[in-house]
Design a protein around this ligand. Structure first.
Ligand SMILES: [Zn+2]
Ligand SMILES: [Zn+2]
Length: 152
């Protein structure tokens, strides 16, 4: 089975166990979110979800996203473009981080085991129990640097 489908089914069954009854609308939102695989804000997800299933309201989309974050199925990311964005969190053990271009808004994802090691060390040294981390690095992407060089 496809990994996204497995993850979607896992979310739905675990929410069900927590007492959130299976709802066709919520399932459609979760499905749209998991299969998009992007950093969507609530408006963008709403636009996709209502195409899949008629009658979905923005509030339901918003609440579903908050629910997914609360139970660790999604995480919030902030690329300083005025929106809270969300992404699926299907591999919490190998978390990725973000490089964000402040010119074109492109987002590059990267993973580095060294960051995990630093996080573990800092936590150990201070007796801290980490749950998740967020690292967003802002700057100018390769593409935009080239463009600027040409103009100047
Ligand atoms: Zn750029
Ligand atoms: Zn990401």
């Amino acid at each position: 089975m496809d990994r996204k489908l497995i993850f979607k089914n896992k979310i739905i069954s675990e929410l069900d166990k927590k007492g959130f009854r299976n709802s066709p609308k919520r399932n459609a939102i979760i499905s749209a979110f998991v299969s998009s695989n992007k950093h969507l804000n609530a408006d963008e997800l709403y636009a996709i979800a209502k195409k899949i299933k008629a009658g979905i309201g923005f509030v339901t989309v918003y609440r579903t996203l908050k629910l997914l974050v609360k139970y660790g199925f999604a995480r919030e990311v902030d690329f300083k473009d005025g929106f809270t964005r969300y992404e699926i969190n299907d591999e919490p053990s190998v978390q990725h981080d973000h490089l964000i271009c402040i010119r074109c808004g492109s987002v590059i994802e990267f993973k580095d085991a060294e960051i995990e090691r630093l996080k573990d060390k800092a936590s150990r040294d201070t007796g801290f129990a980490p749950i998740f981390h967020r690292l967003e690095i802002f700057g100018i992407c390769k593409h935009c640097s080239k463009k600027k060089a040409k103009l100047g």
